[in-house]
Design a protein around this ligand. Structure first.
Ligand code: GTP
Ligand code: MG
Length: 373
């Protein structure tokens, strides 16, 4: 069995099968296919050629290939890392307000005058010095797909529910995403400052969904909060840290970085700007990174306060300049040792994308993909 990616070149296929490229080309000719050395082959051609040489093929997606190549970390290389938390919930239930409150009280406090910009990901330090990384996810149904992806890099999900409303369709969806991803949930019952707020009614609705919160004798942590006044927010963060402690989150900071793209866009003057979450390893300025079908050398990195960084370790969200295009939210990124390696994978991914868009008869340019974010 030969494990290959689609669009491997005739030359690479030959070396994988340990035959000369001339043999591959000759075989192709005898089958009526005319290929050149560097021509990339589609799945059908690869299957036929491999069969001629007595191989069965199994197609690996580029990402699976990356995971397979991922070296295992030994226990002594692993160090504690901060939890990555996603705030999810129905439209207008207060996700952004909660994050804003946390940022205002926990982030800008230690850096007065800092320019806070919206980058969709933040890291904060609680009053007792613990780090927590947050992802802000858009609340509209159109972003369901991205949100589902968001749950994948998340260690803990905060489900925000407005106490003056009810469990809404997107609340259920958020709960569902967290459950499917196996991510522990903490319920933040928000807007308790409002006169018509009824947190007990929300807890009852949760109980009706088989989600018993702790005060009701269940296993789910919940916290009444007001994102407006800040009531209960410290307690909520303590609960996040408690949940994280149970998970024993660890990563090896001493290797080339891997992680996920949060968002990316083209900025006039700065070029392509990507917000990424480093999940393992340490990303450094000058590294060659590949994200989705785009690669480049990291020219500069910034935290969410706009402060320049020279490196970023596990569970750190950063803005990165230097990619040759805008990857999609949810794409994974990885640092490569050589530009050649990154370029090769980038090319085959780009080709895959082109092929896919041709198949669906939608001619989406990569630029348009970037603009959609
Ligand atoms: P989307 O991103 O559109 O899904 O909304 P969201 O969940 O981020 O909600 P957002 O934080 O934008 O809040 C929606 C509205 O509720 C805003 O007008 C907030 O000012 C208000 N709000 C949020 N939290 C509270 C709260 O704790 N108390 C009160 N009184 N109002 C709140
Ligand atoms: Mg919002």
């Amino acid at each position: 069995v030969l494990k290959v990616t689609e669009f491997i070149s005739a030359n690479d296929l030959a070396s994988l099968m340990d035959v000369s490229v001339n043999q591959v080309i000759a075989t192709c000719m005898s089958l009526g296919m005319f290929v050149s050395i560097n021509q990339r082959l589609d799945a059908e051609a690869i299957t036929i050629i491999a069969d001629e040489f007595g191989y069965e093929v199994e197609f690996a997606k580029p990402d699976e290939e990356i995971e397979a190549a991922e070296e295992e970390d030994s226990v002594e290389d692993l160090q504690d890392r901060a939890p990555i938390v996603t705030i999810m919930g129905h439209v207008d239930h207060g996700k952004t307000s909660l994050l804003d409150y946390i940022r205002r009280s926990k982030v800008t406090a230690d850096e007065a005058g800092g320019i806070t910009q919206h980058i969709g990901a933040y890291d904060v330090r609680t009053s007792d010095g613990h780090k927590i990384a947050f992802l802000d996810t858009p609340g509209h149904e159109a972003f369901t797909a991205m949100r589902a992806r968001g749950a994948k890099i998340t260690d803990v999900a905060i489900i925000v529910i407005a106490a003056d409303d009810s469990i809404m369709p997107q609340t259920k969806e958020a709960i569902n995403h967290a459950q499917v991803a196996g991510v522990p949930m903490i319920f933040a019952i928000n807007k308790v400052d409002k006169p018509n707020a009824n947190p007990e009614k929300i807890k009852e609705e949760l109980a009706n969904m088989n989600l018993l919160v702790e005060d009701w004798g269940g296993k789910y942590q919940s916290q009444d909060i007001s994102a407006k006044t800040g009531l209960g927010v410290d307690e909520l963060l303590e609960k996040v840290l408690l949940e994280a402690e149970i998970l024993e989150l660890k990563a090896n900071p001493n290797k080339r970085a891997v992680g996920t793209v949060i968002e990316a866009s083209l900025d006039k003057g700065r070029g392509y700007v990507a917000t990424i979450m480093v999940q393992a390893g340490t990303l450094k300025v000058g590294d060659i990174m590949l994200a989705g079908p785009h690669y480049g050398r990291v020219k500069a990195m910034f935290d969410h306060k706009g402060k320049k960084l020279s490196e970023a370790g596990p569970s750190t969200p950063v803005q990165v300049l230097g990619l040759g295009g805008a990857p999609q939210a949810g794409d994974t990124f990885k640092v490569y040792e050589t530009e050649r390696e990154a370029r090769e994978i980038a090319n085959s991914r780009e080709q895959l994308l082109r092929e896919q868009s041709m198949r669906t008869k939608k001619h989406i340019t990569l630029d348009e993909i970037g603009r959609r974010l």
